[in-house]
Design a protein around this ligand. Structure first.
Ligand SMILES: Nc1nc2c(ncn2[C@@H]2O[C@H](COP(=O)(O)OP(=O)(O)OP(=O)(O)O)[C@@H](O)[C@H]2O)c(=O)[nH]1
Ligand SMILES: [Mg+2]
Length: 586
């Protein structure tokens, strides 16, 4: 880690301590300096005794600016928790500690400030009280360092705060680079000479100069023109540090706190999430869908609708349950993101938790969200690997084609496909009729064979197709009644098509004839034309074939089209493809 956020009650000495550690007064605003009070987030950085760089996000302690505090701590991994020895534990000491816990922050150092204003006994009592308050929280066992910036006490040596911060950094795991950078913007401004700059604590991956990024919500595209961290320019900035991003293609009026800078197409944008909700034990009422709630996610504040999942309608103080949240705009979220829930009316921190599902499929009454990737797959059956990565934030390997398929869904789809293949029997199934998914499954079915665009089930293949077609009942029926052909009632459409594509039967304007019958009719016409070269009428052909006009017309239409005959008014004359027949004896 390279970033630590301060936390603690108003006036307990957070900003003074940051200035003592870094030489920079984190209170930038005139109003802050005038009132001696932090209103908005402040930023400063220093080099620790070990040589490690460390940036501070200094937060306001006043309850009225809690929203700003929340914007500053959403992406950090560690904190500098400040309690003044003079006042001891106060309401925002408690509230900030709860918030840090809900956000999943796991590491910190405690600074007991203003020890120069109290005697030793008081200091020891204050220290014992703090130890008591943090017992059972992530700060249990954290180093507690007594300091007094005005006198310089506790700011050097092995027992001093800088050395303790070095130990904190060593004990806090490195921020993970998962190749999914996200920078929740906490500040956007125009820097003289370089245009729009946004700052935030980068997590999840690295950003690079010249990269295309998008800003969500809103989907605005921009290019990274420059990156700064700890006052220096970098070509690449890694996770777990404060980063200033100089953006080309976007005005600083178009980016605000609460938005995120991310890579395009890598995130699922969602306005509905399922999450765990841990209700603070100190709350004086149960939590239900009634109430106006604000969710704090990343660096943003969002009014949300909430309902408790399952059959219960409310959660009691101290209870952890599952909720569904509806946001006013879609955010780039993944399971594992943390949030804090406050009730806007009472201005009370209610609780918070972890995002478990960014694209809930099931209705709220049946949803049972968890971090399980198998669940995400099972609820969908089939999910493209790239989509699964967006939904879970975890790398996904496709199990079939580009999909990850739930084992049960695959079993069902395989059974269905096997039945489809078995259906047409020896004829096989036209591969063109299969969906993309079925074609992927097909490759996994060992006993199915594909030949010339058809799939054959076990025991069948192209070799026995022709013999099967040649003895097809419909073909036999057509041949038995060549010029008065029966319609293909009850004939399997696949088989009919196979008979046609193999050329055994011929479609003449919607009437099927055996191919042999068509040929015989052509010969008959040729013989008649040999006798009457000037042309023959439909009735003459009808009589020659011994059939009805209804069947002669389709045959002659086909003959005209294929060049066997040509039409001249009411007569048919010889066409270029008229079969050659022995000339009649004169
Ligand atoms: N004697 C003494 N005074 C201190 C110490 N730390 C802070 N102060 C004084 O306490 C007052 C408040 O300090 P800040 O650093 O502004 O407190 P803060 O926690 O940043 O306050 P907010 O940001 O408003 O929550 C200032 O007048 C400081 O000079 C300390 O260790 N010893
Ligand atoms: Mg301050």
């Amino acid at each position: 880690v390279h970033v630590v956020a301060t936390a603690g009650h108003v006036d307990h000495g957070k900003s003074t301590l940051v200035e003592a550690l870094t030489g920079t007064d984190p209170d930038r605003l005139r109003e802050e300096k005038e009132r001696g009070l932090t209103i908005d987030l402040g930023y400063a950085w220093t080099t620790l005794p070990s040589g490690a760089g460390l940036a501070f996000v200094d937060v306001p302690g006043h309850v009225r600016f809690l929203k700003n505090m929340l914007a500053g701590v959403g992406a950090v991994d560690a904190c500098l928790f400040v309690v003044a020895a003079t006042e001891g534990w106060k309401p925002q000491s408690e509230e900030h500690l709860r918030i840090l816990e809900l956000l999943g922050i796991g590491h910190g150092v405690i600074a007991l400030t203003k020890v120069g204003l109290v005697d030793d006994e008081w200091r020891q009592l204050a220290e014992l009280d703090v130890l008591d308050r943090v017992a059972g929280t992530f700060l249990e066992g954290a180093e507690i360092v007594a300091v007094d910036p005005p006198t310089g006490f506790g700011l050097d040596g092995d027992a001093g705060l800088p050395a303790a911060l070095d130990r904190l950094l060593a004990a806090t795991p490195q921020a993970l680079d998962r190749g999914r950078p996200r920078l929740w913007v906490d500040r956007a401004f125009a820097a003289r000479g370089s245009g729009t700059v946004v700052t935030g604590t980068l997590t999840g991956g690295s950003l690079r100069v010249d990269e295309e990024v998008t800003i969500e919500p809103g989907g605005r595209m921009a290019r990274i023109r420059g990156l700064q961290s700890h006052g220096q320019s970098h070509a690449v900035a890694g996770p777990g540090r404060r980063v200033g991003v100089n953006l080309a293609g976007v005005s600083h009026h178009q980016v605000t706190r609460g938005q995120a800078v991310i890579w395009p197409r890598q995130w699922h944008l969602t306005a509905m999430i399922d999450a765990s909700l841990r209700v603070l034990a100190g709350l004086d009422h149960p939590v239900s869908r009634r109430g106006a709630y604000m969710a704090y996610i990343g660096s943003g504040e969002h009014p949300v609708n909430m309902r408790v999942l399952g059959q219960v309608a409310s959660l009691d103080p101290g209870q952890t349950g599952l909720v569904r949240l509806w946001l006013p705009t879609a955010l780039p979220l993944v399971p594992g993101d943390h949030y804090v829930l406050r009730e806007s009316g009472r201005s009370q921190t209610i609780g918070g938790g972890e995002v478990l599902d960014v694209a809930p499929v099931l209705p709220a009454s049946r949803a049972r969200p968890s971090r399980s990737i198998e669940r995400v797959v099972a609820e969908r059956g089939w999910v493209e690997a790239s989509e699964l990565e967006r939904l879970t934030g975890e790398p996904a390997t496709p199990t079939l084609g580009h999909w990850v398929v739930d084992p049960l869904a695959l079993r069902d789809a395989s059974a269905e496909l096997r039945a489809m293949i078995a259906g047409p029997g020896p004829l096989g199934l036209d591969v063109a009729l299969l969906t993309e998914r079925q074609r992927e499954i097909l490759a996994t079915i060992d006993d199915a064979r594909v030949d010339a665009g058809r799939v054959f089930g076990p025991g069948y293949g192209p070799a026995n197709i022709s013999s099967m077609l040649e003895s097809h009942p419909y073909l036999i029926a057509l041949e038995a009644s060549p010029f008065d052909p029966p319609p293909p009632v009850g004939v399997d459409p696949q088989e009919l098509r196979a008979l046609a594509t193999t050329g055994l039967i011929v479609d003449c304007s919607g009437t099927w004839f055996a191919a042999d019958a068509v040929e015989a009719a052509a010969r008959t016409v040729a013989e008649a034309l040999a006798v009457s070269p000037g042309g023959i009428t439909v009735s003459e052909v009808r009589d020659a074939l011994g059939t009805s006009r209804r069947h002669v017309i389709p045959l002659l239409t086909r003959f005209d089209a294929t060049g066997v005959t040509r039409r001249r008014g009411d007569l048919r004359i010889a066409g270029p493809r008229l079969p050659v027949v022995p000339q009649p004896k004169p």
